[in-house]
Write a protein that binds this ligand. Structure first.
Ligand code: ADP
Ligand code: MN
Ligand code: MN
Ligand code: MN
Ligand code: MN
Length: 340
């Protein structure tokens, strides 16, 4: 007998890469082998030299097909088995290895927005819903759009064994959040990419409010212009020092300040549209940190200030960020400062 292995990878689309997948039948008792794909169809290779390599890095239960079927997260290699230029995981894994003595943990808050065709799910065909104010963590069919899909997605992530931490309805109607973590790198990013894939995949099969099939989820950082919240990917992190000592938490925030511009340009396309200084953000042009401050670039949670230890929240990453790159930069910046 055999099982179905859905190989999932990240393509070379610019400026924001997206997910691809295809299935392979693997004999029972065998691990999913290295495989290949046509890189000329994913912006990862020229047509005359199109082969790219899929190297499995993490296998989990497939909650969509069920049974013994698997999801296989892959990294993309060149045919000489070195990392493909689009492979941001390899550098993340190397940074985590270099600073393994600090034992970084990450908790990523993935915000996203459901769309029904060209408008956010549940929004009127013409005009806008009532202004923001009552939607965050709301309840009731006049305020909440897409909950069945949110619940199915949460069940699927738990079935797959992802480090899934929770969900909540967001400030803009049809916008939601799930959290992955706390867990090390690059695993946190592996789990986040798999959770994104499951959201898109389950949305294919889910009915809209009007009974039509298919709800898409977008990671657009500013899906609706104007007085509507953007979508981020707040990245909470700690080292073993921070989990024991408040000064290490403050030192981490100050280390991030020294490389603010480098982080901003790597935290997701169109970040300047979201980090305006309004809607619970700090302008991308400045860096501030503070206790409980949701208008800061980096927030120290109040419990961390009270307990004198814990973790801090980098509020800058966009919803459409690459979590391999975000976690790598945090490890490199904070790791270098902590071991200087
Ligand atoms: P917020 O109040 O900003 O909405 P959330 O509850 O959505 O916060 O997310 C907090 C995240 O922080 C969770 O993903 C959780 O796993 C993560 N987290 C908790 N403790 C730690 C820690 N010590 N190190 C890293 N991440 C942590
Ligand atoms: Mn073919
Ligand atoms: Mn949150
Ligand atoms: Mn949020
Ligand atoms: Mn947050």
């Amino acid at each position: 007998m055999s099982y179905k292995a859905e190989y999932i990878w990240i393509d070379g689309q610019e400026p924001t890469a997206k997910l691809r997948s295809k299935a392979k039948i693997v004999p029972d008792g065998e691990a999913p082998p290295i495989w290949g794909f046509d890189g000329s169809s994913t912006n990862q290779a020229p047509g005359e030299n199109s082969d790219c390599v899929l190297n499995p890095v993490l296998m989990v239960a497939d909650p969509v097909r069920g049974g013994d079927h698997k999801l296989v997260m892959c990294e993309v290699l060149l045919t000489d088995m070195t990392p493909h230029p689009s492979n941001t995981r390899a550098a993340c894994a190397a940074a985590a290895e270099k600073y393994s003595a600090l034992d970084f943990w990450f908790g990523i808050e993935q915000e996203y927005t459901f769309f029904d065709g060209i408008k956010p799910l549940g929004w009127p065909d013409n005009g806008f819903p009532a202004p923001q104010g009552g939607y965050y963590c709301g309840v009731g069919s006049d305020e909440v759009f897409g909950r069945p899909l949110v619940e199915q997605h949460m069940d699927a992530c738990l079935h797959a064994g992802l480090a899934f931490a929770g969900i909540n309805g967001e400030v803009m109607p049809a916008q939601w959040e799930f959290q992955i973590g706390p867990i090390g790198a690059p695993t946190a990013a592996d789990h986040l990419w798999l959770a994104r894939w499951l959201l898109y995949r389950i949305g294919e099969d889910t009915e809209t409010v009007d009974g039509r099939k298919g709800i898409s989820a977008t990671l657009d950082p500013k899906p609706v212009k104007g007085d509507w919240n953007g979508a981020g990917a707040h990245t909470n992190f700690s080292t073993n020092q921070m989990r024991e000592n408040y000064d290490a938490c403050v030192a981490a925030a100050e280390a991030l300040q020294t490389r603010h511009d480098l982080h901003i340009v790597n935290y997701g396309h169109r970040i300047e549209e979201r980090l305006t200084g309004l809607h619970e953000t700090c302008s991308y042009r400045e860096f501030r940190y503070g206790v409980s401050d949701r208008g800061a670039s980096v927030r120290i949670p109040w419990q961390v200030a009270r307990d004198g230890k814990g973790y801090i929240e980098d509020r800058r990453p966009n919803a459409n960020c690459d979590p391999y790159t975000v976690t790598r930069l945090i490890i490199e910046t904070v790791g270098a400062a902590a071991t200087a």
